[in-house]
Design a protein around this ligand. Sequence first.
Ligand code: AMP
Length: 118
Amino acid sequence: MSYDINNVFAKILRGEIPCTKVFEDQHVLAFNDINPKAPIHILVIPKRAYTCFEDFTKNAPDLEISAYFKSLSTLIETLKIPSGYRLVMNKGPHSGQIVFHFHTHILAGKPLGELVCA
Ligand code: AMP
């Protein structure tokens, strides 16, 4: 799949759509999900254009991959979440991915239930 430069996260990165920013550095932007599924629901995205986890890990330079995961880790540390969290990366139709700019969901703040609905 080719990257659609008009996806919603690309628009957020260009400042065309607002977001509630929670973290930003050279490589990464993190903001609150517009339709939160838990009291803490943050999306962490690389600033460059990748459609999904596979695209990111295959095609991003090592420096960017490492910076992404280190920033994700730093952000989680900063949040000081007492009772744990879940990280989700959706890829493709069976996962329910709707935005085709690679992102990680951070979900926390309540018991999150089963990993997958039956
Ligand atoms: P996914 O199913 O992994 O592609 O999830 C995409 C997420 O992006 C969903 O949880 C949406 O609620 C969220 N989302 C869509 N548009 C926006 C937006 N403008 N600002 C923040 N989050 C958004």
